[in-house]
Design a protein around this ligand. Sequence first.
Ligand code: GLN
Length: 483
Amino acid sequence: MANGVAEIRRGLKAGKFSSVEITQDYLARIALHNPALNCFISVTDEIALAQARQADAALARGESAALTGVPLAHKDLFCTDGVKTSCASRILDNFIAPYDATVIENFKRDGAVMLGKTNMDEFAMGSSNENSYYGCVANPWNTEYVPGGSSGGSAAAVAAGLALGASGTDTGGSIRQPAALCGITGIKPTYGRVSRYGMIAFGSSLDQGGPFARSAEDCALLLQTMSGFDPRDSTSAEQAVPDYGAALGQGIEGLKIGLPQEYFADGLDAGIGAVIENAIEELQKLGAVIVDISLPNTGLSIPTYYVVAMAECSSNLSRFDGVRFGHRCDNPTDLEDLYKRSRGEGFGAEVKRRIMIGSYALSKGYYDAYYLKAQQLRRLIKQDFQQAFDSVDLILGPTTPETAFKIGAKTDDPVSMYLQDIYTISLNLAGLPGMSLPVGFCDGLPVGMQLIGNYFNESGLLNAAHCYQQVSDWHQQIPEAFR
Ligand code: GLN
């Protein structure tokens, strides 16, 4: 089966197959494989087929938009008009969104077909997709292993060929880390590039939407649709969106790539280090110039993130009170009982842990010591990157310190789970774009390499990744059970 967005678009335009045919193929694959992977919370067959019929009619009229007829999946935290949008939480298990998120609206505008809504960690809190009310997702490379999180359903769906591409969100690594663990490509754009309107909030100053696909070329296509200024999101960037496709294939001759010493220090699995070294050599053969750099405040990024993210989530999640929408407990005795039991029953353990820590960090007397301090450290982390970008064009490192781990291996150890994001989280604190692309395997499990760009340099990231993918085929590997 063709597995690239670009290839499918060409086939659709040339009339080799119809959108209804490929949509039916994908729906059949989902029906066959989703029971083992659990990457979809909702499969929207009827919507998908109706959109595919519309796409075929448009193609027949010679009117094709950027993604006409292309079957995709969306993380279940993007509001979708008339469709359940659960955030993988019991508290939103009965929530049918009354409107479309801007990202969803953009995909509709460009003619894409929605196959369904993907599983995730509850409210995007997690690194393994084990924190979902709907159960964990399995990694297609080995179903005893986690796919990463929080956008684990989207990543697993693309890796297993149950969707051509998928949307995700990244607050501390949730696009890049699952892309790495599932052996696919994913990009988290600059904060403000993709609208957050209708994307259920976790940490508002960190959250950013972005795409998953097999290749950088496909990510460029999907990011083009997702990006752009949106007056409904007050932090949306009023910046023109470049033509990401046109930026590909410019070559990387003379491109200066920085290797932060802190990303190759203790804590990095030796096997991953060796795989990354090989990828660096390939980039050098393509003309890239490697420069050693330092991001001295890297070690502060996890504690800083877990104050900021928890503070922001405790505030964002206060709207789930059992009154306006979502789960409500049975027979409340009074208002307080209603709040307590609705929230107590509706939220899972990790979400509760974070709301409590966040409320504590924001409380009078502790605000200065924790939240304000974290904001100050955030500035230092950002300055590290700004200094580095004075001398390099891109920064490179591993996406994760280890490959996928076994389901259950870290559930009792939240701190070890939090350490999964050591290389990804600082970008969210700084608002910078980053992407992960597959560069090899360790013991049969995929390894991801992270590229980091300066603000709004998504084109530079996509171009470098595309150049690498022109001379490698890791991004085309498909797990045996799903070929
Ligand atoms: N793993 C991180 C967390 O648990 C990041 C999650 C994300 O990016 N949504 O918060």
